[in-house]
Ligand binder design. Structure first.
Ligand code: FMN
Length: 433
């Protein structure tokens, strides 16, 4: 069996100026996504389909690309709201290790864990944008590998804060007059290189022990951090469409986990996919061509997004020249793994072709629901585990229905994915198989 989850954004979903589904995200109230009604419906549907979790993306500031402005709702609020319209679905929010005091973040995520009865997770990102640092009173972000060092120390502190309470601290004694037993938590002082704090939190222990940790970095430093701390690791090879590349990624993570003294089965590696299904293979192929077809506006958007994530000005490169021969580790303090994957994908292509054909996902899955189920089954057998993270852009109700009503029941009938939850917490779902 393998795991399923969905990666989405807390912002306007379905609208797109051109290309596939350009009609499907129109809403006469362009601001209505901010009520979260769409995400509430989606979360209920994912729960109906037995998904492990919904993962909420985040960036803390507006993009500097004026062509691609993406206002959003704070993910902690989204998590809290979704926790109240679901009972089993795991809910992972993205929070940057650069912009929250560890005590505050540990307290908030643990609080969401309580209100959701053990379903919260933290997707740890380190953030590369200097203008985000400026929003928080600093001039610039630390260099790439140092950001992971700072995050690593933050995780040590946050885990101590989460571990400080014993599970059952309720004394409720008329004799002592106490509700809480004062011997049931550990007081401590943390004095690190980057962080200082005291414990415990004034929020008691998480129903699942600790909220789950999720990570998606793919540079060597990012993978090492993920292998040390994560319960779930997300991977995209940005369109390389190679099962071997996914197997190599998972094997590498598992080897790094062993080096950290962990059992490699303690973390699940999940691969980003965006299956395209149709009534016939031809219909699915035609739809795929429409989705990946890059009009000038879409090319400009992709160039802007690449600039945003990699912190490099891609407009200085010749679109019709070869993909620039740059070393991700020295070229940028931004997303290094993204450049490495695109470079691997670009072999022999121009920058324009690379951007036109590039996808954000890992495997091409196109066909009837039965054919896509075959492809997913074969990929997982070859990789060795652990599951898939769905993603769609644009995200429409039509696409959600195609996947949840078209593809997932076939996977369920084949016994490949969960039909019903047997656990109640996010950790429980991840560990179930
Ligand atoms: C599926 C997936 C989801 C991600 N979500 C976010 C996000 O919400 N916010 C963010 O700043 N970065 C996000 N990232 C980026 C990674 O966290 C990471 O910063 C990036 O891959 C660069 O890391 P690296 O330099 O170690 O390769 C995501 C990456 C992937 C593959």
């Amino acid at each position: 069996m393998f795991h399923l989850a969905w990666f989405t954004n807390p912002r306007a979903h379905g609208w797109t100026a051109e290309g596939a589904d350009r009609w499907a995200g129109n809403d006469i109230y362009p601001d209505r996504w901010q009520t979260l009604d769409f995400l509430k419906d989606m979360a209920r549907q994912l729960e109906g389909a037995g998904f492990d979790f919904i993962m909420i993306e985040d960036h803390v500031v507006l993009s500097n690309d004026k062509q691609n402005l993406e206002p959003r709702v704070d993910p902690m609020i989204v998590m809290s709201v979704l926790s109240q319209v679901t009972q089993r679905l795991g809910i992972i929010g993205t929070f940057s290790s650069s912009f929250y005091p560890p005590f505050l973040l540990a307290r908030q995520i643990n609080s969401v864990d309580h209100v959701s009865r053990g379903r919260a997770g933290w997707n740890v990102v380190t953030s590369s944008e200097d203008w985000a640092a400026q929003a928080f009173g600093r001039d610039k972000q630390p260099p790439h590998d140092q950001r992971y060092e700072i995050a690593d120390e933050m995780l040590d502190l946050v885990k101590q804060l989460w571990d400080a309470w014993e599970p059952d601290p309720w004394e409720m004694s008329a004799e002592t007059g106490r509700y809480v037993d004062p011997t049931k938590f550990r007081e401590f002082k943390f004095d690190g290189q980057y962080h200082k704090s005291i414990g415990p939190l004034n929020v008691t222990r998480s129903p699942q022990g600790r909220p789950a940790i999720c990570q998606a970095g793919s540079s060597p430093a990012g993978r090492d951090f993920a292998a040390k701390h994560s319960d779930v690791i997300l991977c995209s090879t940005f369109g390389q469409n190679s099962v071997q590349a996914l197997k190599d990624f998972r094997d590498d993570i598992r080897a790094r986990m062993v080096a950290h003294g962990r059992d490699p089965d303690e973390a699940k590696v999940m691969f980003l996919i965006s299956p395209v299904v149709g009534d016939t293979e031809e219909a699915a192929q035609a739809r795929y061509q429409e989705i990946v077809g890059a009009t000038p506006n879409i090319l400009a958007q992709r160039l802007g997004r690449l600039t945003l994530h990699t912190d490099l000005d891609w407009s200085k490169f010749d679109l019709d020249g070869p993909f620039p021969d740059i070393d991700p580790a020295t070229a940028t303090q931004g997303f290094q793994g993204m450049i490495a994957s695109l470079k691997a994908f670009s072999r022999g292509k121009t920058l324009r072709q690379t951007l036109a054909e590039q996808e954000t996902t890992s495997l091409k899955l196109i066909g009837t629901p039965d054919q896509v189920a075959d492809q997913m089954q074969a990929a997982i057998e070859e990789i060795g585990g652990d599951g898939f993270l769905m993603h769609a852009r644009p995200l429409t109700r039509r696409y959600i229905a195609e996947i949840l009503d078209g593809l997932v029941p076939i996977l369920q009938r084949r016994g490949l994915v969960r039909r019903d939850y047997s656990e109640t917490t996010l950790r429980g779902h991840l560990k179930e198989f």
